[in-house]
Design a protein around this ligand. Structure first.
Ligand code: COS
Length: 383
């Protein structure tokens, strides 16, 4: 449901102020300590950020996709680790339930997700199933009233804090393809679930990823999302279509921040008796970064509006993710270049952001997967 203009503007300006006053000042601390303070998480909950995409009837803000990306444009003008705190509840962790869940599942879980009372994570990737998501090996075999789940999920964001998982597992081992996979929404405290240690990562300190191991875990049969087995892969793909717009909006927020940092540094830093922003080769970098940031914003907004209008945006979402994640990488690189030697040391945010943005080209589908999705759709349309 779309907000009225005044409420929308209020939400966006509250988020912008929160970023400016509460998040930007502690970016370096979060990176050093590898932890977002609990107090900040509570403030995020108070702002309603965990429930951006949960329908109002279940306690969320029920934003349209367009509104969600407008909020993300503001929220992500700081370390992307902050977005990760709410990211799985807003996106991939909850949306399978929102789109395909049964009434009782939604009534039980969604208010808790919207308030931030529980964190929801998305368990698709496995040691042997990354880009080839249909090759999931984790099994969920029906035995009476339960599914017995065995397998390992990898790089699961927020797993250690999760109170629930959206899990993709193979309910029909005879079907090795997409049709053998089902989706579940289950509590994380079931016997037989172990969360591994946090991985050491290149960037985004403060955001954490873990293995989740299922060892003869008995999952109640009513945790199946939807009415029948075999729908899990399609669910995952539709969650990811939406997630790719979300991540593209995250890239756009970061890009805007980096353009601002580049301009600020270029206008302050003096060389040869003048600000380096006077040099045309520096101007060229500023202009390219601004142009790409604007292009990202336009395509993300356009795709979000199309999704809100009910159009199939699988191809456009991949176009956004491909362009935005690659472009923000170039923008972060130019930002380092404009900062010169200062961009390589950690006194400035440039070095940290350069590492932080690298993951955008990998998660929720690598750039090569986006290219594949785009090309396949084009060819299908032509045929
Ligand atoms: N929406 C709805 N259904 C979809 C879909 C979408 N976006 N994409 C595929 N499907 C359906 C197909 O229509 C097909 O259904 P039928 O068998 O009924 O025809 C089924 O799902 C299988 O699709 P496809 O044959 O295209 O599957 P592939 O195994 O070739 O995989 C890619 C397709 C590579 C696109 C998919 O595996 C993918 O997105 N991989 C990346 C996964 C990813 O992003 N991982 C990140 C981890 S999560 S943070």
């Amino acid at each position: 449901m779309a907000l009225d203009t005044e409420t929308r503007e209020q939400l966006i300006s509250s988020v912008a102020r929160f970023v400016r006053e509460r998040l930007v000042p502690i970016e370096d601390q979060v990176s050093q300590q590898d932890k977002v303070p609990d107090e900040i998480v509570r403030e995020m909950a108070d702002l309603g950020l965990f429930g951006l995409s949960v329908p109002q009837e279940y306690g969320g803000l029920g934003l349209s996709m367009e509104e969600e990306v407008l909020v993300l444009f503001e929220l992500c003008q700081t370390s992307p680790a902050f977005r990760s705190v709410i990211g799985t509840n807003v996106g991939i962790g909850s949306q399978g339930l929102v789109m395909f869940g049964r009434q009782a599942q939604k009534e039980y879980w969604l208010p808790k997700i919207a308030s931030g009372e529980i964190i929801a994570s998305f368990c698709l990737t496995e040691p042997g199933a990354g880009s080839d998501a249909a090759s999931v090996r984790t099994t969920a075999i029906r035995k009476g009233d339960v599914y017995v789940v065995n397998g390992t999920k990898r790089f699961i964001t927020n797993a250690a804090k999760a109170g629930a998982f959206t899990l993709m597992a193979r309910t029909n081992p005879d079907n090795k393809g997409a049709g053998g996979i089902s989706a579940f929404f289950l509590p994380s405290n079931l016997k037989g679930i172990t969360v591994g240690k946090g991985e050491r990562k290149m960037g985004q300190q403060g955001a954490h990823i873990h293995d989740v191991v299922f060892d003869n875990c008995e999952v109640p049969a009513d945790c199946l999302i939807g009415e029948k087995e075999g729908e899990g892969f399609r669910l995952a793909m539709q969650v990811l279509d939406r997630g790719r717009i979300h991540i593209s909006a995250v890239c756009t927020g970061v890009a805007d921040r980096l353009v601002r940092d580049s301009v600020r540094y270029a206008t302050e830093r003096q060389q040869v008796g003048q600000p380096i922003s006077e040099f045309q080769m520096v101007q060229s970098m500023l202009a390219d970064s601004k142009t790409e940031a604007l292009a990202m914003r336009c395509m993300v907004l356009d795709t979000a509006r199309k999704r809100d209008a009910g159009e199939n945006i699988a191809m456009e979402a991949s176009c956004c993710k491909l362009f935005a994640s690659e472009a923000v990488g170039r923008i972060a690189d130019r930002n380092v270049q404009i900062h010169g030697g200062a961009g390589y040391v950690s006194d400035y945010a440039a070095e940290r952001f350069y590492r932080d943005v690298r993951i955008f080209r990998l998660y929720e589908g690598t750039s090569q997967i986006q290219q594949m999705v785009i090309a396949r759709n084009l060819i299908r349309q032509a045929g």
